[in-house]
Design a protein around this ligand. Structure first.
Ligand code: IDP
Length: 140
């Protein structure tokens, strides 16, 4: 297995409820290392650009409004098989379908306010990491 990097975002419902530390503990307990991290409040243009792939989906407008409703924490997670491992730790998009012990099962409020984003492929991870971080900000 290769060491990979993936982009994670702690969403506004998580920062609002002060869950940053609890969620980060899940990543670290699973062997993922937080090699970059910053807190920011996304503009509509930034959130819209990040989720451009969902532009035609019915929930796009609400998703952009939600992602700009409060601060987020953008992070780069590093570890063996990091992309798939993070998706496993996150759990299913809809918390109702998420497995016990996953972040979304424990913390998500709804299918929209589901606490975390994680890249879904190595290719998307590279693009998403570059969206938020320059090379000098990632310290492995
Ligand atoms: P993922 O975050 O598990 O990869 P995606 O299908 O890529 O799921 O959707 C991106 C985000 O859009 C979700 O995490 C969630 O916040 C939101 N979303 C997805 N499906 C719905 C929906 O049916 N209603 C409202 N929001 C949704």
């Amino acid at each position: 297995m290769a060491v990979e990097r993936t982009l994670s975002i702690l969403k506004p419902d998580a920062t609002r409820r002060n869950l940053t530390g609890k969620i980060n503990a899940k990543f670290e307990e699973a062997g993922l290392r937080i090699v970059a991290q910053k807190r920011l409040h996304l503009s509509e243009a930034q959130a819209g650009a990040f989720y451009a792939v969902h532009k035609e989906r019915p929930f796009y407008k609400d998703l952009v409004a939600f992602m700009t409703s409060g601060p987020v924490v953008a992070q780069v997670l590093e570890g063996e098989n990091a992309v798939a491992k993070n998706r496993e730790i996150m759990g299913a998009t809809n918390p109702a379908n998420a497995a016990p012990g996953t972040i979304r099962k424990e913390f998500a409020e709804s299918i929209e306010a589901n606490s975390v984003h994680g890249s879904d492929s190595a290719e998307n991870a590279a693009t998403e990491v570059a969206f938020f971080f320059s090379g000098i900000e990632i310290v492995g």
